[in-house]
Ligand binder design. Sequence first.
Ligand SMILES: Nc1ncnc2c1ncn2[C@@H]1O[C@H](COP(=O)(O)OP(=O)(O)OP(=O)(O)O)[C@@H](O)[C@H]1O
Length: 307
Amino acid sequence: MKEYFFIVNPHSSGSKAKRIWPLIKDIIEKERFTFDYKFTEGRMHAYNLTIEAIKNGYKNIIGVGGDGTMNEIINGIFNQNYKNSREIVVGIIPTGTGNDWGKTIGIPNDYIQAIKIIKEGKIIVQDIGKVEYYNNNEREERYFANIAGMFFDAEVTKNTNISKDKNKSGAFSYLLNLLTTLYKYKSQKAKIIIDDKATNVNVFSMAVGICKYSGGGMMMVPSAIPDDGYFDITLIENIPKLQVIKNIKKIFDGSFIQLKWVKQFKAKKVEIKSKEKIYLEVDGESLGHSPFKFIILKKVLNVFGGE
Ligand SMILES: Nc1ncnc2c1ncn2[C@@H]1O[C@H](COP(=O)(O)OP(=O)(O)OP(=O)(O)O)[C@@H](O)[C@H]1O
């Protein structure tokens, strides 16, 4: 039995993974990893490959891709019954555009360093979020390891993903989409229930996080602790658009949380209801719409991590 199963998304970050996979393969062969690998062929293929790999007895599943590929792998792990999630270890070799999940848990963007982390074999255990949402009025569920974003955040992600499909990606594309989305966007009214405490708010943007970064290095949830059994929530109320532009730099170092429109919470469950449809992204993947129900699963995922 080979020790590792690599799932390679050749399409990640404008086909970067396709170009560098031969170099990665070369290093892992030299490092004497025993492994098998497969390329993903489209959306949710990493999910199916993960379930198949676990069924076939692999315990170490390594994603070579971006946050979207990692999210599909995680959903594979939590939607199979062959093994308990704590018997499996996930590894990340970031070849995506944002690679935001790994930033909180000590995974370097450099693939040589990322391979070293896997080889060293240090395991961290982190929480996982589960969100219930709707897609064309059908109820669906998705697990996430990093951040779920709604309102403005989800609109920007949706537009960035459309740009990615046209092969325009990168942090600059996210920033450009942020500005063009801002021009049209209006805050939306919603009822937010945080651990059974309900409030009606006019929301600009909201992030429910296990880890800290999204949008290609923006520290949207600065207080997140990946293994404390709590979501950290950043809620931005109806902020004037000029203030968003003025304070953009503060999103990168997390200092925007001091602005008067920003509130932070810690909670084990969150519910969001609204008259208008509010959109959702998790780990950078655009999904469906409100109403939403979030719950946290404490310390259920093993990751080869550097911290
Ligand atoms: N062979 C393929 N062709 C086209 N798309 C694919 C293929 N394999 C996987 N995908 C899809 O590519 C999408 C993007 O992948 P991923 O998120 O890993 O990279 P990224 O968007 O460049 O990085 P990040 O999410 O970190 O910004 C995912 O939704 C995935 O389902």
